[in-house]
Design a protein around this ligand. Structure first.
Ligand code: PLP
Length: 420
């Protein structure tokens, strides 16, 4: 197999044989040869219905012809300039038109950079140092947010190389737990700059906020002069044109975007209320910069993607997600398996646990060995989902009913096999 050979070569020059950890799975990942629509092809000649979709960006599927054409046209005119372009304004205007809290935008190169800038901005704006995040939430690979949940609000670095002092001001609480947050704010509220939340937790599987929970966060942050940041790197432009803040009708102060906003190219963005955003340099003195910020190729792909994402596409995505989740639930019920199917709109996950999953603690009770058997079973049948219980699956506009049906047939075979 060519992938096996490539993985051996890769392991010699890339730590772990990959460029980002979750891409690795045993015995070795398949290497991509290309992608088209909802299909991802391997160098071994296999074709997979893709629910990983590069971990979220590809809401239109692989290589959408209109995006490819727009990008090709841009590349002919240059790939980066070091001076502003009209495209940046157009994309910023498109974001502001769609995302309720967005009044101004700063482009970055990744979601990581966007959340890093958001935390700095919130600290500068409030003059406070402490930040709150949720157990099991992921906001990128930078030091301030890479913390392991401890008991109570105590956190520890989640990687060697992060000084304990760096995360001393990062507090964590369980998601969907109002009392824990109220208690934390009661004790430390005056020192807290921001609450950083994934409105749908998409890095510990897929966990929706309970009814009223995001509004509770909005109210408690307002009462305590804390900045509420929605990390919509996954949910932005996925759940609705305006992301989770439109879908759940709760408006934060700041939003971080990534993935879809770059239309399949590297890109992130920080957006929010003008009063806060105007503190970013050079308008204000909160430093944020990047050689490739607002890169014309990423901007072009993002702008074209947003243009293509119309209302009908969102209702189709919602319908496909409901069909897939309902199909999985029916299968589980027919097979008498008490696992959990979760997710809104075009996001979903199957948790191998008998108990309801409301937060990190619940998700961690899942049988990850069984999950990997499910993953490999699907892969053998031509369906690719992210190789971890703690990632989220995505549906694209390019998935048709026949793909969803084929996926449910594959899942039925795999799940009935796992039962025996
Ligand atoms: N925030 C969330 C919610 C994410 O899911 C991710 C990446 O998966 C990030 C931030 C980091 O984005 P990037 O990988 O573009 O740095």
């Amino acid at each position: 197999m060519k992938s096996e050979e490539l993985f051996r070569r890769a392991s010699n020059v890339l730590p772990g044989g990959v460029s980002s950890p979750v891409r690795r799975f045993d015995p070795h990942p398949f290497f991509a040869a290309g992608g088209s629509g909802c299909l991802l092809e391997s160098v071994d000649g296999e074709s997979y219905i893709d629910y990983c979709l590069a971990y979220g960006p590809l809401i239109l599927g692989h290589a959408h012809p209109r995006v490819v054409e727009a990008v090709n046209e841009q590349i002919k005119r240059g790939t980066t300039y070091g001076v502003p372009t009209e495209g940046e304004i157009e994309l910023a205007e498109a974001i502001i038109e769609r995302v309720p809290c967005a009044e101004m935008v700063r482009f970055t190169n990744s979601g990581t950079e966007a959340t890093m800038a958001a935390v700095r901005l919130a600290r500068a704006f409030t003059g406070r140092d402490r930040i709150v995040k949720f157990e099991g939430s992921y906001h990128g690979a930078h030091d301030y947010v890479l913390v392991r949940p401890g008991s109570g609000a105590a956190t520890a670095p989640d990687s060697p190389g992060i000084p304990v002092d760096t995360v001393r001001n990062t507090l964590t609480v369980p998601f969907n737990h109002e009392e824990a947050m109220a208690e934390l704010i009661e004790g430390a509220g005056e020192d807290i700059a921001c609450i950083l939340v994934e409105p749908v937790m998409g890095n510990i599987g897929c966990i929706e906020p309970e009814n009223g929970y995001l509004q509770f966060l909005r109210d408690i942050t307002r009462e305590n002069d804390i900045i509420l940041i929605f990390d919509e790197v996954i949910t932005g432009f996925r759940l609705a044109p305006g992301g989770a803040q439109e879908y759940y009708r709760v408006e934060p102060d700041l939003v971080t975007l990534g993935k879809i906003v770059g239309g399949g190219f590297p890109m992130g963005a920080l957006a929010g209320r003008r009063e806060i955003m105007e503190n970013i340099s050079p308008a204000g003195n909160v430093y944020q910069a990047g050689t490739f910020n607002g890169n014309p190729v990423s901007v072009t792909a993002g702008r074209e993607t947003l243009r293509l994402l119309d209302g009908r596409m969102y209702s189709d995505l919602e319908r496909k997600g409901s069909t897939l989740r309902a199909g999985l639930r029916d299968l589980l019920s027919d097979l008498d398996l008490e696992y959990q199917v979760t997710g809104p709109a075009s996001m979903f996950q199957l948790y191998f646990t008998g108990e309801e999953v409301r937060n990190y603690g619940d998700a961690k009770k899942s049988d990850t060995v069984l999950f990997m058997e499910y993953f490999h079973g699907l892969l053998e049948r031509g369906v690719f989902i992210p190789p971890s219980q703690f990632e989220c699956c995505f549906i694209s506009a390019a998935h048709e009913s026949e793909h969803i049906e084929a996926t449910l047939e594959a899942a039925e075979e795999v799940l009935s096999g796992l039962k025996n």
